[in-house]
Design a binder for this molecule. Sequence first.
Ligand SMILES: Cc1cc2nc3c(=O)[nH]c(=O)nc-3n(C[C@H](O)[C@H](O)[C@H](O)COP(=O)(O)OP(=O)(O)OC[C@H]3O[C@@H](n4cnc5c(N)ncnc54)[C@H](O)[C@@H]3O)c2cc1C
Length: 358
Amino acid sequence: MRIDTLIVGQGLAGSQLAWELLARGERVLVVDRDEPFTSSKVAAGIVTPVTGQRLVTTWRFPEFWETAGAFYRRIEAETGARFFHPTPIARLLANPTEAGRWETRMNAETSGYPPHTAGLDIDSGLFRNDHGGFEMPEAGWLDTRVFLEATRQHLLERAAYAIADLHAEEVAVAGDAVRWKSIIANRAVFCTGWEGNRNRFFDWVAFRNARGQILDLECDALAVSGERRILNRAGWLLPLGNGQARAGATYEWDFDEARATEPDRAGRSEVEAKVTAMFVPDTGFRVTGHRAAVRPIIRESRAVAGVHPAAELHGRIAFFNGLGSKGVLNGPFFASQLAGHLVRHEPIDEEVDLRRNR
Ligand SMILES: Cc1cc2nc3c(=O)[nH]c(=O)nc-3n(C[C@H](O)[C@H](O)[C@H](O)COP(=O)(O)OP(=O)(O)OC[C@H]3O[C@@H](n4cnc5c(N)ncnc54)[C@H](O)[C@@H]3O)c2cc1C
């Protein structure tokens, strides 16, 4: 079978790239291991314009937010599935340091970006609001499992999906083609997540991965309050309705790779503590689920994309990875850029270009 692009991995990266190549009229085949717990399947899928204790404005948020919103709405329209949920984030400042930082920032802020409310209107009978907060309307979450499954179905209907563990040793590059088993492609793009340097083509790319754990919760008080915004105070809480919620997450820089997707007691306790700190004392909740996976990180959460720099592979073997903890937001922008690069030789932003990681 002759195709244009063989995509290895159907996480967020491989899925986003597949859509962008299909939109450019390419024939693709996406090959995936179909594992139960991957970064994309475990992720909460939250998009936030302000991150962490330092209240940093997310890198290039306005343009990525616009691109991501248009991308997910387009795929929703094409598949009939619903997975993109624009939802405001209520940010609860956790301590006087954070409150001071936010005040300084607001005094210095001239652009008014990101959009935010002056204070936070929230049920103080349920949430701790002792240091104030603010609401960000330009935020939301992607139901990653629904997005991945809708993508998979779309690909299956076009005979463009296969379950396989692809070994780079089985990929031969000769002349203007890449061969893998009976497939002949113009190129192969590796979108294999945190293990992205465990193959002969990309063993020189340095990853600094972070394992993460999240919980599913049930909370009667949350059901009563009817709060549906995403809550953020040290950790995050994503209400799903009827008292159901997801909460996270841990960042584990040193972890046992053999047990990468096995949740553990320490991770559960850490997330429980974050949730407890969000609620007023004695708010009860039950843990109903617990999952772990590894975020693929190369340089912070900036994507890394491009063709292999070796002359003999150039244009035949490519890479899309390093989405870190921002795959929902950053992925669509760089998937589009990489697709434009592969198909029409359009430029890739220097700051994400794979060649910078040599
Ligand atoms: C706990 C947690 C919470 C997170 N929360 C958020 C969040 O709120 N917002 C956000 O934007 N991001 C979040 N993330 C990060 C987000 O999940 C990642 O940015 C994104 O999933 C990375 O996607 P990926 O496709 O690069 O990798 P992956 O999801 O790991 O996908 C790689 C795919 O390649 C397949 N594969 C690997 N090797 C092979 C091979 N040899 N042959 C065939 N297939 C192969 C794997 O099976 C997998 O399906 C979170 C991550 C975690 C772990």
